[in-house]
Design a protein around this ligand. Structure first.
Ligand code: ARG
Length: 489
């Protein structure tokens, strides 16, 4: 590429850079004496990650504090050096939080920006911080610390959403609606039961998140670049200070493993798939064709041209955001595919998809946790829809089985009754006893107990059934299950 063909910035124009040189504040090249020419300006910006990894500054500082303390306790650095490092890191953290910190692309990433700022503040002690450590184990540790917090934040929103669903289910436990298969009216169900199906889907997401957290809570520090370090480090000290449950057992694996990020992206992709299914139902149900629910205006928008419109933007957007979260999972799987051990620069590409999944999942959960308990249910429309479409046909067949008929014969008899109903536009429950007896003499007056919507749902009162009584018990069990589903270990 000739000089004139080169873009001036390797990144998007929206990204604000502090363009700089390849040298540190102290005027020394960061790589020491190995290089004879400076990094190409374009390459510098192309390889830098600070614009997106600076969001891990707290975890980077947290890791450095623990590392320095460990170095002191094992006698690798002096108490004075450690004190200077701790004090300096506090100042750096304050500078970052006040906005005074100057991030530099020339310093490539969050790790080197913070280390350079520390050294600028405290001198030689700052240069000793990186003893027995590499950016490879440092970044792997930072991401795990960051993601561990993200799991806890995500879990809070997921629990809030699940609690909202329990409230909604309790309120609507006896509300009758049509249940669907193939999106065709199938059998009457209670809306509370439908909401509890959503609960089950999202409770599994919470369990998956808990499981993800368990496996990511292992500490890479000590692996150094790839082979470990010759200093007399004690990884258990650092592990305890950083509250990891275990240390990563193998140094090569420790610096190259990104399974935990893939697991988080996978958990978020599955959860977004669930949210998109709920979203789709809300969108359908809010349409003039269904009219099962309404959403409060604050979750909707209007149309600039059609005055009558009220659009379910929030569920639509959640449904749409599922795409990018799937994409993030694919990015990470593909990023890691065929990578030889140990660390490769490819891994720097793990952060943007991961952070996007963290933000997107979190945002969608917040939106749903606010919105779902506020659904306005149109009880009469739901009931009306459940009454049409011969939703109690199975109940009539079961009734005939109760009178001694084989199920296949009963299925046939009811099929004829339904065909009659379709032709004359009359529901089974609205036919007279005489009319029904034309299809089977075994039908008597008590048939109307099972042809009603209440009769139909109340008959399904076993565990997992749709009867209001079964839903009530399911909600009680769900409260206990919810309280133990997420285990920050
Ligand atoms: N910014 C790098 C990353 O995110 C940090 C590790 C760099 N290590 C290296 N050997 N170049 O992966």
């Amino acid at each position: 590429m000739s000089q004139s063909d080169k873009p001036t910035s390797a990144n998007s124009p929206e990204q604000q850079h502090t363009a700089g040189t390849q040298v540190s504040e102290s005027g020394e090249s960061l790589w020491g004496g190995r290089f004879t020419e400076s990094t190409d300006q374009f390459v510098q910006e192309f390889t830098a990650s600070v614009n997106f990894d600076k969001r891990m500054y707290r975890q980077d500082i947290q890791g450095s504090r623990a590392h320095a303390t460990m170095l002191q306790r094992t006698g690798v650095i002096t108490q004075e050096d450690n004190q200077a490092i701790q004090g300096g890191l506090n100042e750096v953290e304050k500078d970052i939080e006040s906005g005074a910190f100057q991030w530099s692309v020339a310093l490539e990433d969050v790790h080197m920006n913070i280390e350079a700022a520390l050294t600028a503040k405290i001198g030689d002690a700052g240069k000793r911080l990186h003893t027995g450590r590499s950016r490879n184990d440092q970044v792997a540790t930072d991401i795990r610390l960051y993601l561990r917090e993200s799991c806890d934040q995500t879990a809070l929103q997921l629990v809030r959403l699940l609690e909202g669903l329990l409230e909604l289910a309790a309120k609507e436990k006896a509300t009758i609606m049509p249940g669907f298969t193939h999106l065709q009216t199938a059998q009457p169900v209670t809306f509370g039961h439908h909401v509890m199906a959503w609960f089950e889907m999202l409770l599994r997401d919470l369990e998956r998140l808990s499981d993800t957290r368990k496996r990511l809570n292992r500490m890479p520090l000590g692996a150094a670049a790839l082979a470990g370090t010759s200093y007399p480090i004690d990884r258990q000290i650092t592990r305890e200070l950083l509250e990891f449950s275990e240390v990563c057992e193998n140094s090569l694996d420790a610096v190259s493993d990104r399974d935990f990020a893939i697991e988080f992206c996978s958990a978020s992709a599955i959860s977004l798939m669930h949210l998109s299914r709920i979203a789709e139902e809300l969108v359908l149900w809010m349409s003039a064709q269904f009219r099962f629910i309404d959403l409060p205006d604050r979750f909707c928008t209007g149309s600039s041209i059609m005055p009558q419109k009220k659009n379910p933007d929030v569920p639509e957007l959640v449904r749409g955001k599922t795409g990018r979260v799937y994409g993030n999972l694919m990015s990470l799987l593909t990023l890691m595919k065929s990578q030889p051990l140990a660390y490769n620069k490819d891994n720097q590409e793990d952060k943007e998809p991961l952070f996007d999944s963290v933000d997107t999942w979190f945002g969608c959960l917040c939106a749903f946790a606010d919105m779902l308990p506020a659904i306005q249910v149109k009880h009469e429309s739901m009931r009306h829809a459940a009454k049409s479409g011969f939703s109690t046909a199975t109940d009539l067949a079961d009734y005939l089985v109760g009178k001694g008929m084989a199920f296949r014969d009963a299925h046939e008899v009811v099929g004829e009754a339904v065909a009659h109903g379709v032709k004359h536009e009359i529901d089974l429950a609205d036919m007279s006893l005489q009319q029904l007896q034309l299809f089977s003499e075994q039908i008597t007056q008590d048939v109307f107990d099972v042809l009603t919507l209440e009769g139909s749902v109340n008959a399904r009162s076993h565990i997992g059934g749709t009867a209001p009584a079964a839903v009530e018990q399911a909600i009680e069990r769900a409260k206990v299950r919810l309280s133990t589903a997420y285990k920050p270990s």
